[in-house]
Write a protein that binds this ligand. Structure first.
Ligand code: LFR
Length: 494
């Protein structure tokens, strides 16, 4: 029997999806979550002059289309939640209208700003006050870039809305700032959970634009009358979920109460562990970790790794050249290649920007005196071996920071469809990988809605529901010796 139906919008850097979640109850009283994708749409970044933008109105249109589709298919979602990638935002003017198209986090406008801002305030201090790994796209640098460019948009701005909050606003008219996204700005004090108005003032970023954060599980309000009328549907209530996709994914990890390590695997790879409080030590800063807030007020100590982006970009190039392989085919081809022939440090900054990725991989190998991978499959193998080794490195660093020893690693997100990568990861860390669920962000999004609706009492109960509803595949490690040797070689590149 269906107990409650909700709708999750999960927007990634290359596609967005709408999924229906139905909480089912069997006659024996057992509860299960059933998930069905009802709409999928591309998310295509648009280059305009020197800037890279999100096509935010197209995304809004697709979300409206999904709402209509949901009702046409006979579903009656009572709430919806939106999660997206982190850090990006839109600005509203005094009339509540959107000022221009939001910038894409890969826009080059922030180049050199980490160094400039760190030079003024000191990295240690910035880390203590913002808790984040120094990534060029952190909101603080984007806003500072706009300030430096004397952006008229910034001057006219009255409200800043982070991407998922912006989409909720465009659908409901309600302005909120959700906590998990707020923690990706580097402008929120991780301990007090208040905005860092001093830093904003010193950088010339208008502090009045920022709304006080609300926590996942807060009810926001119904779809606007205009939207309901346009779509011919009854109202659905927006709920603040962990609107940062990474945090939604972590909420869906089917872990037990004890400390656990995880890898959220998609365009980005996030390796982390969950803590009650942020960890703001100098060592955490030096090892380049972030503290990001999530469901239940928890903090994730995690490292952002360049991830499958490198392979996605190579594949895009190969597609354009007419050498079209699916990711599944690439994995099969890569598996037949010689292992560890050449390795890259996936976090080398050259891999951050789009275009020429195959050549960048080859260039890296050439410069470091390794055989240059020439075929698509050799390049793919090089990327996957290197990612797996990088995951091990991040896991070991987390253990150093927390003093824990994790018995294995949970892996969630779209990247686990790449079974080779799961296997390589288990081998690299020398421990089991528990892979699943694939749709972790959307499921975590739904779980926060169930928490808002009183269907799940807390995060632990939400995770139990995830565990009871979705299969987990176990990958046992093998070939430990050769992986240990290769890891020593890999560390030389870092
Ligand atoms: C993953 C993610 C990461 C964030 C990056 C850019 O989708 O949200 O957590 O660092 O995208 O926003």
């Amino acid at each position: 029997m269906v107990q409650t139906t909700v709708l999750a919008f999960d927007l990634g850097a290359s596609s967005g999806r709408a999924l229906i979640g139905r909480l089912m109850q069997t006659e024996g009283g057992e509860r299960k979550l059933e998930v069905e994708e009802i709409h999928r749409f591309p998310n295509v970044a648009v280059q305009v002059g020197r800037h890279l933008h999100w096509d935010i109105l197209r995304l809004l249109q697709e979300m409206k289309h999904a709402l209509r589709k949901a009702f046409q298919a006979g579903y009656q979602p009572i709430t919806f939640g939106v999660d997206t990638w982190g850090v990006d935002f839109g600005l509203l003017d005094a009339n509540g209208e959107l000022l221009g198209n939001p910038y894409h986090y890969r826009d080059p406008q922030t180049e050199g700003l980490i160094e400039e801002v760190s030079g003024r305030f000191g990295k240690e201090e910035l880390f203590r006050q913002g808790g984040l790994q120094f990534m060029p796209f952190n909101t603080v640098y984007q806003l500072y870039a706009m300030k430096k460019a004397a952006s008229p948009k910034l001057e006219a701005a009255k409200t800043l809305l982070l991407t998922p909050d912006l989409l909720v606003y465009l659908l409901t008219g309600q302005r909120v700032c959700e906590f998990s996204m707020a923690t990706t700005t580097q402008l929120l004090h991780p301990e007090s959970r208040q905005w860092n108005s001093d830093l904003m003032k010193q950088l010339g970023i208008p502090g009045e634009m920022f709304l006080n954060p609300i926590y996942p599980g807060t009810r926001i309000g119904p779809l606007s009358e205009e939207v309901c009328e346009e779509l011919g549907i009854p109202s659905v209530e927006a709920v603040a979920v962990a609107t940062h996709d990474t945090e939604s994914a972590v909420a869906a990890i089917p872990a037990k109460a004890e400390p656990f390590a995880y890898l959220v695997c998609g365009t980005w790879s996030l390796v982390g562990t969950e803590l009650d409080q942020p960890l703001l030590s100098e060592e955490a800063m030096a090892l380049e970790f972030s503290n990001e807030g999530g469901v239940g007020g928890k903090y994730q100590l995690l490292k952002n790794i360049m991830g499958l982006w490198i392979l996605q970009e190579c594949k895009r190039e190969w597609d354009e050249q007419g050498n079209v392989y699916s990711f599944a085919e690439l994995a099969v081809m890569a598996e037949q290649e010689e292992a560890f022939r050449s390795l890259i440090n996936p976090d080398d900054l050259r891999f951050f920007g789009p275009s020429n990725m195959t050549e960048k991989v080859r260039g890296y190998c050439r410069e470091t005196g390794q055989p240059v991978p020439m075929t698509e499959s050799a390049v793919a193998r090089c990327i996957m071996d290197s990612l797996a080794l990088k995951y091990r490195n991040a896991l070991e660093q987390i253990e150093k920071l927390t003093g824990e020893r994790y018995s294995g690693m949970h892996m969630v997100g779209g990247g686990i469809q790449n079974q080779l990568l799961c296997r390589l990861t288990a081998n690299a860390i020398g421990r089991p990988v528990w892979a699943g669920p694939v749709e972790a962000s959307a499921i975590g999004n739904m779980l926060a809605q169930f928490m808002a609706l009183g269907e799940c009492a807390d995060l632990e109960e939400a995770r139990q529901l995830s565990a009871a509803s979705f299969p987990v595949e176990v990958y046992e490690p093998s070939e430990l010796e050769v992986w240990n040797e290769t890891y020593e070689r890999f560390k030389q590149l870092l």
